[in-house]
Design a binder for this molecule. Structure first.
Ligand code: G4P
Length: 310
């Protein structure tokens, strides 16, 4: 499934991030705990290479706790990296974030050496909710520095802890097919950019293989036959159970798909995570092989054309 992306926008984001990175000590990357790898920005990984990073797995209330623990361990094992799982209701998120950042860079302390942190995340991971929660009733104090636009705010979480917000990041070109589906299922991708039935079928296919009991419970499926159902059978069942019907009692598949996606996004199917570090490694490898094959094809075509011209 192709998800639109915007080269012009990417260029702007790249410039802004590159500029900001020059004057910060570390990066906080907000991720969606239900799809940590898919919601990471490959652009940021490329630009912030080597900078200490805190990964925040937000929306942990919707994610599978066992898998969240696996992701945290995976991130913690990476050099210069810490990871935290939080959700919007977490009252202690500011203290946790500051403590985790200070652990990474203990020498940046005091008014003469404030810890300067850039926070970023692709849309819908909950970055604004998180920042608003951290600021509480205080309004965002913003720095009046040259080169910092109004939309790029400096927030003072403590006198010697400055957080720079980096808005406007979109996802770069997505090469991992599963990442496209997972982002779409999570609601990160605008409705017009995707076919909901395709996304719902991909989601149901994953859920039937990894979260069968949750699906069975949500849609009151027959316990003996449903383990053999395919994604389309599940869509049919969900449509019937969730009242997505046309006149005559036939299932309205578009409506059924919308209901399944809403159920997932609202956590009504259960606490679910759509990828593990191992699954992601396999998907990434496959995607890279696909990209390499496409590139080789393109080059062969170009070489052939050149040969025909000369
Ligand atoms: P963004 O700045 O990264 O684009 O994301 P934003 O904060 O706008 O959050 C996107 C959606 O995710 C919002 O829901 C928000 O309420 C929800 N959200 C953020 N953090 C959490 C969390 O930790 N747990 C849960 N369950 N939800 C979270 P929305 O439906 O788009 O809007 P609304 O419900 O706030 O009206």
């Amino acid at each position: 499934m192709a998800i639109q992306w915007y080269p012009g926008h990417m260029h702007k984001a790249k410039k802004a991030i590159t500029e900001r990175l020059k004057s910060v000590d570390m990066v906080v990357e907000v991720l969606d705990a239900r799809l940590p790898a898919s919601s990471a920005s490959p652009l940021l990984a490329q630009l912030a290479k080597g900078k200490p990073t805190l990964k925040i797995l937000n929306k942990q209330d919707l994610a599978d706790p066992e898998r969240t623990a696996v992701w945290l361990t995976d991130y913690q094992s990476r050099p210069n990296t810490r990871a935290l799982a939080v959700d919007a209701t977490d009252k202690h998120v500011t203290q946790k974030l500051i403590a985790a950042c200070r652990e990474l860079l203990p020498h940046r302390r005091g008014l003469d050496k404030p810890l300067r942190v850039m926070i970023c995340g692709i849309p819908n991971v909950g970055k604004s909710t998180l920042i608003n929660g951290m600021l509480g009733k205080k309004s965002a104090k913003t720095g009046n520095e040259p080169g910092i636009t109004k939309s790029e705010q400096r927030l003072f979480l403590a006198d010697d802890f400055w957080l720079y917000d980096t808005p406007g990041m979109l996802w770069p070109k997505i090469i991992v097919e599963e990442a496209g589906y997972n982002l779409a299922a999570s609601g990160a991708v605008g409705r017009n950019a995707l076919d909901e039935e395709t996304v719902a079928l991909a989601l149901l296919d994953y859920l039937r293989r990894h979260y069968l009991p949750l699906l069975q419970a949500r849609y009151q499926a027959d316990l003996s036959s449903s383990p053999h159902w395919l994604d389309s059978d599940w869509l049919e069942c969900a449509g019937k159970k969730r009242g997505a019907l046309l006149s005559g009692g036939r299932v309205d598949y578009q409506k059924a798909a919308e209901r399944v996606l809403t159920d997932f996004r609202d956590g009504l199917i259960g606490r679910i995570t759509l990828e593990t570090p191992n699954q992601w490694a396999v998907w990434l490898k496959q995607a890279q092989q696909r990209e390499a094959a496409l590139k080789a094809e393109r080059q062969a075509r170009q070489a052939l054309r050149k040969g025909q011209v000369s």
